[in-house]
Ligand binder design. Structure first.
Ligand code: NIG
Ligand code: FE
Length: 397
């Protein structure tokens, strides 16, 4: 047993759930007890770490990333600054497809070497669970390679990786004008092969004019469901194709982006228990002007998660604290909503009820901060210094 005492604990149960002068008892990989230290039952004995009044939160969860990819898109960034839109760059063969070319050309070792520094930046900010999507291969071999690299990250680093198959991310050059053939000949066979290899925890798609129609996404979701895999969707990012409602009809874990979400979509998400993952890094980087309808989501009691969307095109960002800051400054989330968005609600967006709050029975994944109030995490423009991280009950300083 390990006792953490003299802590300011933000349990994130029903809000910050703040406990001043708090203590936690960890038993192996689980939290056994949390409360005011004065109430610590004497039956709990073990080494006591004095945290010097520091803030403890559940470890952070990045529930939406594309952090395995080849190359970068700095040149496209420059083009967009000269006036080209994200969609225009994509239609000219740049955008996602330029990353597809670089990813196909990269070996497993190349992809891993490029991804690990990004992962390390996340761990340095108290992250212990990261979702990683495929979707820059768009052929069977490369989609599998991306997912193998994602799994390998979870072996090489003290982090849980949840993999998401995103074969329906873009239409590759050899299938232009034939999206249904691409799904039938590449994406769906890749999903079957990846699932057979144990590489898939969930299935995602990009429902958009420059990507796949709702009917095409529904085909992919039907396959996911036949394999018993949960689904999520990039929906309503650039226009409203009613993707969120489609995702909700399939019982999706989350619908992500949502700048163009309407009231019917929000109501459908609420009914299905689908989490809204908001991605302010992408909003910021493509200089989107349409805000996601935060008040509508609040009115419908749709839980909101916040993630980096770490990817080379629309969100070259590895800082989850910065994502929280942007969610507050750009979208007017409260710092409390932002922190719920990277803890409890992020866990829900991944279908992981065993984490995201500090409570008996939860995983002992904790972040100890050089901070005294949880609003500090969203307040700084960039990371708040981390003191140490506890992953599965183990302190990794
Ligand atoms: O989440 N929207 C589609 N997918 C990514 C962008 C990927 C890219 O541009 O490389 C996103 O924004
Ligand atoms: Fe994304």
């Amino acid at each position: 047993m390990m006792i953490l005492g003299n802590a300011t604990v933000a349990t994130m149960v029903g809000g910050y759930g703040l406990i001043a002068a708090g203590a936690m008892v960890l038993d192996g990989a689980q939290v056994l007890w949390v409360g005011p230290e004065a109430d610590l039952p004497p039956r709990f004995t073990g080494h006591r770490h004095d945290l010097g009044g520091r803030l403890v939160t559940p470890a952070l969860i990045d529930c939406h990333s594309h952090l395995v990819f080849g190359g970068h898109r700095a040149v496209e960034f420059e083009m967009r600054l000269q006036g080209a839109s994200y969609e225009a760059v994509a239609r000219a063969g740049g955008g996602i497809l330029s990353t597809v070319r670089a990813t196909r050309a990269a070996t497993e070792a190349d992809l891993l070497a490029a991804a690990l520094p990004r992962v390390d930046q996340m761990l340095a900010e108290g992250v212990t669970t990261i979702e990683i999507k495929s979707g820059y291969g768009l052929d069977i071999e490369t989609e599998l390679r991306m997912l193998r690299v994602a799994r390998r990250i979870g072996v090489l680093r003290p982090v849980h990786v949840r993999t998401t198959f995103l074969g329906a991310h873009a239409i590759p050059p050899d299938y232009v004008g034939r999206p249904d053939d691409y799904l039938a000949e590449q994406a769906i066979p890749a999903l079957h092969a990846a699932h057979a290899e144990g590489l898939v925890d969930a299935v995602d798609g990009f429902c958009e004019g420059i990507a796949f129609s709702p009917a095409q996404i529904a085909r992919v979701f039907a396959v996911a469901q036949s394999l018993g895999l949960p689904v999520k969707l990039h929906a309503e990012q650039l226009s409203n194709l009613h993707g969120a409602a489609l995702a909700a009809r399939h019982g999706a874990l989350s619908a992500d982006h949502l700048e163009y979400l309407d009231a019917d979509g929000a109501a459908a998400m609420a009914d299905a228990g689908t989490v809204a993952v908001i991605l302010p890094g992408a909003f910021y980087a493509i200089r989107e002007t349409r805000l996601p309808p935060i008040q509508l989501l609040r009115d419908h009691d749709v839980p909101m998660a916040v993630a980096t969307d770490c990817n080379p095109g629309t969100s070259p960002m590895t800082s989850l604290c910065l994502a929280m800051n942007m969610a507050c400054t750009l979208f007017r989330l409260t710092p409390e909503e932002a922190l719920l968005g990277t803890t409890t609600h992020a866990a829900r967006a991944l279908g992981l009820p065993d984490r995201g709050s500090i409570a008996p029975g939860q995983r002992a994944d904790l972040a100890i901060w050089q901070a005294s109030h949880p609003a500090e995490l969203a307040y700084r423009i960039g990371p708040t210094p981390l003191h140490s991280r506890i992953f599965g009950g183990r302190l990794d300083a």
